[in-house]
Design a protein around this ligand. Structure first.
Ligand SMILES: *Cc1c(COP(=O)(O)O)cnc(C)c1O
Length: 348
């Protein structure tokens, strides 16, 4: 049976969090002499002299509608990287509890675990980058707290089969299954956020760093049960999202059409790039992608990677990564950038 209090570290359950000035008085009107701010204003234009809303309610109200979730099911962080870090800190007793990841995958799950001295069990994806469900279920032990599924996966770019994720959700009730949907905007696939009420053991991560084009603002989302969101709020830095980010994200939420137009363009550019790469003799294989990245296998990947850098074209060398031998990861650029890449490859 699923029980949040058996999964969260005991001292976190009983911890008294920092109570900020903005927690103790939530009204908007008044003479604010409670937070030692500068009453005259900021030294630049803008109302930056006041601390921001610690719970970012204005953003959450809009996001709840867009995402079809309740306000209390949303955690907002300084990039989804913040949520990755907090999830491990909330659940894993250092050196004792473990997480399961499925390489090749996003590097931050392991880095955050390593920082916290949390053992990482690695259950590789299959050669076609799908989950090995039996091996994942077999790796679970009484100290496993988190299973990380990246879908669409980075660096392979493909969606993980929905039934595989459901099978893990059905069979792992002593921790959380975290589905990282950083690239969900590039697919037609339904988000796992729609299953939050069915699975209290589910956490979904999304970000504004990719399709929305706002990597510089550092804005990520975690969706989960109200009980888990309360825990994350308890252990985050009180003002984890600054006012500039909050107001710019609010503005961005009014421009969803523009995000959708970018996505359409990127998908079209991906198809064109794939077709052009097929014509390049060096290219041995292009893996199917459901995101804005293409994993491409080359003759002499290292040589190609270095040659491209000399041409000031920067890609990501993944040739030392398990199951990605000989591969370079290429982010989809503008049409001109992609054409320059292909031209350079043809001249190699
Ligand atoms: C890019 C990426 C993120 C985004 O992280 P942010 O901290 O929100 O920028 C998260 N997960 C995966 C798999 C990614 O590739």
């Amino acid at each position: 049976m699923f029980s949040l209090s058996n999964i969260i570290r005991h001292h976190i359950l009983t911890l008294t969090p920092y109570a900020s000035a903005r927690d103790e008085y939530t009204g908007k009107e008044g003479i604010f002499l409670d937070a030692n701010e500068n009453p005259f204003g900021a030294v630049i234009e803008g109302n930056y002299n006041r601390y921001p809303d610690p719970y970012q309610w204005a953003i959450k109200e809009k996001l709840a509608v867009i995402k079809g979730v309740r306000l209390g099911q949303i955690f907002l962080g300084n990039g989804s990287d913040e949520a990755i870090d907090l999830l491990i800190r909330a659940t894993c007793e250092p050196k004792e509890d473990n997480i399961i990841i499925m390489p090749p995958t996003y590097g931050m799950y392991k880095v955050c675990a390593d920082i916290q001295n949390t053992p990482v069990q690695q259950v590789p994806l299959t050669p076609d980058f799908q989950m090995n469900v039996d091996a994942v279920l077999a790796a679970i032990n009484s100290h496993t707290k988190l299973i990380w599924v990246c879908s669409p996966n980075n660096p392979s770019g493909n969606l993980i089969k929905r039934e595989a994720i459901i099978q893990v959700l059905d069979n792992f009730k002593t921790g959380f299954v975290v589905v990282d949907e950083a690239y969900i905007d590039f697919t037609e696939a339904e988000s796992f956020t729609q299953l939050l009420d069915t699975y209290p053991n589910l956490v979904v991560l999304q970000t504004f760093s990719k399709a929305w084009g706002l990597a510089a603002l550092r804005f990520g989302m975690a969706f989960a049960s109200e009980d888990l969101i309360k825990i994350l709020n308890k252990i985050k830095y009180p003002y984890n999202l600054n006012s500039a980010t909050q107001s710019l994200i609010l503005e961005a939420l009014g421009n969803e059409d523009k995000k959708n137009a970018y996505v359409a363009h990127i998908l079209q550019a991906r198809a064109t790039l794939e077709a052009m790469l097929q014509e390049v003799a060096l290219v041995k294989k292009i893996y199917p992608s459901d995101s804005n990245q293409l994993l491409v296998k080359f003759d002499d990947a290292k040589g190609v990677f270095k040659y491209l850098i000399d041409k000031k074209i920067i890609t990501r060398d993944r040739s030392n990564v398990q199951l990605c031998e000989g591969c370079i990861r290429i982010s989809i650029g503008t049409d001109t950038e992609n054409a320059s890449l292909v031209e350079a490859l043809k001249a190699y």
